[in-house]
Design a protein around this ligand. Structure first.
Ligand SMILES: [Zn+2]
Length: 151
């Protein structure tokens, strides 16, 4: 054996090849908006109102990589605020309702719209992160992989 060739099995770099390329963004975003798994579109994404499942119950896709954090809340505030603020103005100018009527209607409307939008924005955000392979969504699955020491 010459010194120029390595011994069989010695120091052969094992690359973890990312199997996937681009994941289509729009379908993943829409599946997330429907609060479904961005991968298969059938499994429920959320457990309860806002908790994202660790894995999809249908396809087994790992969902715990998501890092939506405060993003859905920011989006909800932006949308609800920009919808209801001009609507309050229009309702006041057009109808001049009693102040308590105006406050009650728009309070209920703001809360209802926020509760509707928040989990959907969260699902859409998880879908975007999944499609863009952010935060470990692009990594090979953990199960069956050899555990390597953290660096
Ligand atoms: Zn799934």
């Amino acid at each position: 054996m010459t010194d120029t060739q390595p011994a069989i099995g010695a120091d052969i770099a094992v690359e973890t090849v990312d199997a996937g390329g681009e994941r289509p963004l729009k379908p993943a975003l829409l599946k997330g908006w429907r609060r479904r798994c961005p991968s298969c579109g059938t499994g429920p994404l959320l457990k309860g109102y806002l908790k994202v499942r660790d894995t999809c119950t249908v396809c087994g896709e790992e969902l715990y990589h998501q890092r939506a954090d405060d993003g859905p809340a920011y989006l909800t505030i932006i949308v609800v605020g920009h919808l209801l603020a001009p609507m309050i103005h229009i309702a006041y100018v057009q109808f001049r309702p009693e102040p308590m009527t105006l406050a009650t209607v728009f309070t209920v409307g703001a809360v209802a719209l926020s509760l509707y939008l928040l989990p959907r924005f969260k699902g859409a955000m998880v879908g975007i992160q999944w499609a863009k392979r952010m935060h470990g969504f692009g990594a090979p699955p953990r199960s069956g992989q050899p555990v390597e020491a953290a660096q």
